[in-house]
Design a protein around this ligand. Structure first.
Ligand code: NAD
Ligand code: MG
Length: 329
């Protein structure tokens, strides 16, 4: 079993009197900066002077500096900009300002694990990866709770890297919900495998193919949308709150019997074999190499795939239904 840490296991002491320099004010950056400030820490931001986040961060009451200056002033530097832009920003604006005793913090292990960022030996390198989008990290903190997080130490120069990572977790509110100790390797690989097989990749394809088969079989688009997409959320909410059994108890006996007997025939052993291939590609670094190359060459394939999704019938009927039902403006 992995070790789980809670509020009583963590102290903010390792961060007292120090400056948190949060680089980036997007999904994670805005939530982490605000939670840490509300936890009583000294937080400054490092942003691009020409970027859109600058005025937003100032409006939210933060001291904002260009990235090199924030890195210079920061004792703990939070890398909260997109993974693909981190290596260049790190080399140009952060590395020159890292010296002994500083701490480099990540919210995802990608660049360290795949060696796109190689920090000097005399700094601590830690990760606190909240298991939620930034908005939810902020929202649950404001409600007096937190979201779970993964925590890891990659490099422990000071001998106190773990206490520091726990302190960050506590300041983010994550120790209220539980912080799991892991490694950069396990976090990075399981995150990529999970988003490809289940969360982003798996769910989109399951819903899309389910929708397509209903439409091909002559059912109206709107019915197909409700069946394959809209209700998926209601079922997922039940699973999230009560587990498989709780969800099964809440649906009809017909749905239970049909689902349990037919489900394994739809998502069959071949799907599992495909998933195992995903695991091998992630572990070998093949996926990371492909994605880094795609980013460097302008993300043309990603843009084309996004356009293809935008043009899919499920998006058109979905927008119509979300508007008429008041979900989307
Ligand atoms: P994001 O895309 O929301 O970050 C955007 C911000 O990065 C911008 O507001 C800007 O401040 C800055 N930025 C963008 N391009 C830049 C550039 N070229 N140079 C300098 N600054 C630039 O990022 P995010 O989704 O918050 O991800 C940050 C980190 O958190 C990543 O390592 C990601 O894997 C991790 N993470 C994200 C989530 C999530 O739900 N979004 C969850 C857990 C971990
Ligand atoms: Mg992920």
């Amino acid at each position: 079993m992995v070790k789980v840490y809670f509020d009583k296991d963590a102290s903010l002491d390792p961060l007292r009197g120090k400056t948190m320099a949060v680089i980036g004010y997007g999904s994670q950056g805005h939530a982490q900066a605000q939670n840490m400030r509300d936890s009583g820490l000294d937080v400054i931001l490092g942003l691009r002077p020409e970027g859109r986040s600058w005025s937003r961060a100032e409006r939210d009451g933060f001291e904002v500096y260009p990235i090199p200056e924030a890195a210079e002033r920061g004792d703990v530097i939070f890398m909260l900009i997109p993974d693909m832009v981190q290596p260049e920003v790190y080399r140009k604006s952060i590395e020159p300002h890292l010296w002994e005793g500083k701490v480099l913090d990540f919210a995802h292990g990608f660049n360290i694990h795949f060696k796109q960022i190689i920090p000097p030996k005399d700094v601590d390198v830690v990760m606190v990866a909240p298991k939620s989008p930034g908005l939810r990290l902020r929202e649950t903190y404001l409600n007096g709770f937190g979201v779970p997080a993964l925590m890891a130490v990659y490099q422990d120069h000071s001998g106190r890297a773990k206490e520091t990572a726990l302190a960050i977790s506590k300041a983010l509110g994550c120790t209220r919900a539980g912080v799991l100790e892991t490694t950069f390797t396990d976090e990075t690989e399981s995150d990529l495998i999970g988003e490809q097989t289940v969360l982003v990749g798996g769910l989109i394809e399951l819903i899309k193919k389910g929708f397509e088969v209903l439409v091909e079989s002559g059912y109206p688009l709107e019915l197909a949308y409700f069946e394959a997409c809209n209700e998926a959320k209601l079922i997922m909410d039940l699973i999230y709150e009560r587990g498989f059994l709780g969800m099964l108890r809440a649906v009809s006996d017909t749905a239970k019997y049909g689902g349990l007997t037919v489900g394994p025939k739809v998502i069959d052993e071949r799907v599992k074999e495909n998933m195992r291939r995903v695991v091998r590609r992630v572990q070998s670094g093949e996926f990371a190499r492909e994605w880094i190359e795609e980013h460097k060459t302008g993300e043309k394939r990603l843009k084309a795939l996004m356009e293809e999704i935008a043009g899919h019938e499920i998006e058109k009927v979905g927008r119509f239904i979300r508007r008429t039902s008041g979900l989307e403006k």
